[in-house]
Write a protein that binds this ligand. Structure first.
Ligand code: GTP
Ligand code: MG
Length: 372
């Protein structure tokens, strides 16, 4: 039964009625502002506009606005591990550093154990507690996720090779950090190499308004060798200090919200996504929407290939049970039931397809330009 007019719903949602009509039309429902819709349709609309709907009774609904749901009550917040990404120019030692940090700091029992590549991993450090490292090509992951409005990185380690100095991608990384307002720690790498000139790196950074500690500024810097594993504990200490200043926290006691770090189709396991839990707890059996896909969590797997019952904020895990492969940066949201999940996903897929067919239409001009 119809419970609310489009106009009234728009009012309660604080959205434009014409935008709702447009969305309804795109969903294949040509409905005018004065017409009434049922609870299911209303909920679909409400969800799509980023709000949450509550069914007060069979004939009444209540809208919870995103500002209210967006922020967790401060009393529910618990400390969570920092999420760290490594950025820097080609060949400056990003992968070497991630490998070294992982090898150096994994607890004795795990050292030498088989570790899977899942695009992100956690390290238990002696001095800095648990730290989550994103192990994806830094720039790509960072920009892709930011374009989609999903920020996952708390701290960036900017790797600069001391023999090569500041290079185009170093400068690009600085720009990204600044735009995203993410603090960075400068790791001046390859100090074991002949011709290494860390001081020159610091000076060149000044030109980009990065004043490191050694130059009297506030950006932490550390000279390292990823190859020889020099000063890695210092780097960890600085990370821990930075993280402490940020007082990172999240509410673990709510349905999970996570961001896709990477995803692919696996021969044996189907669509697999590596996600980073932003808040809440993800559990086996949870129903979810992720971008234009949906699913039910069949397995939660940690960075050691171990099956978990649940994952908490700051943890990177693999999720199995997806209807298809989502994109990096897509947000995974746990929802109440499978019908809802499928509806939202299929609506989004339609929108994507529409966007695709209307994007870049082939004009006569560019059809023939190659011939001319
Ligand atoms: P891309 O992923 O291609 O952008 O490179 P990367 O930044 O991940 O660099 P990678 O870790 O692959 O290192 C590039 C080369 O530098 C490799 O040959 C490493 O062995 C070498 N290298 C990395 N760190 C050090 C270091 O501290 N000292 C020396 N001497 N060589 C290093
Ligand atoms: Mg690399």
């Amino acid at each position: 039964p119809e419970v609310i007019t489009v106009q009234e719903l728009a009012g309660r949602m604080a959205e434009k009625a014409s935008d709702l009509v447009k969305a309804l039309f795109n969903m294949g429902m040509p409905i005018t502002v004065n017409e009434a819709i049922d609870q299911d349709t209303a909920e679909l609309l409400v969800t799509e506009f980023g709000h949450i709907m509550k069914r007060v009774s069979d004939s009444d609904i209540d809208i919870v606005h995103d500002e209210e749901t967006e922020k967790d009550d401060p009393a529910t917040l618990k400390p969570r591990p920092p999420v760290v990404a490594v950025m820097g120019h080609v060949d400056h030692g990003k992968t070497s550093l991630l490998d070294a940090l992982r090898g150096e700091n994994v607890t004795a029992g795990e050292a030498g154990g088989i570790t899977q590549h899942i695009g992100a991993y956690q390290v238990k450090t002696k001095k800095g507690g648990v730290i989550t490292f994103l192990d994806t090509p830094g720039h790509e992951a960072f920009t892709q996720m930011r374009q989609r409005g999903a920020s996952v990185t708390d701290i960036v380690i900017l790797v600069v090779a001391a023999d090569d100095g500041l290079m185009p991608q170093t400068i690009e990384a600085i720009k990204h950090c600044r735009e995203a307002n993410v603090p960075m720690i400068v790791a001046i790498n390859k100090i074991d190499k002949e011709g290494a000139n860390p001081q020159k790196v610091r000076e060149r950074l000044l030109e980009h308004e990065i004043i490191v500690e050694a130059m009297g500024g506030e950006v932490q810097d550390v000279e390292i060798s990823a190859l020889k594993k020099t000063n890695l504990d210092q780097l960890i200490e600085k990370l821990a200090l930075q993280a402490e200043l940020m007082e990172l926290s999240a509410n673990p006691d709510r349905p999970a919200e996570a961001v896709v770090v990477e995803a692919q189709l696996d021969k044996g396991r189907g669509a697999v996504a590596t996600v980073l839990i932003k808040r809440g707890t993800l559990q086996r059996g949870d129903t979810f929407v992720v971008g234009a896909e949906s699913g039910k969590v069949r397995a939660v797997i940690d960075d050691h290939g171990k099956q978990l019952k649940k994952a908490t904020p700051g943890m990177p895990v693999e999720v199995l049970g997806l209807s298809g492969v989502p994109s990096a940066g897509d947000v995974l949201t746990v929802v109440e039931n499978e019908t809802r999940a499928r509806e939202v996903a299929s609506y989004r897929k339609e929108q994507q397809n529409k966007a695709r067919t209307t994007q870049a239409p082939v004009s006569m001009e560019n059809l023939f330009s190659s011939v001319a």
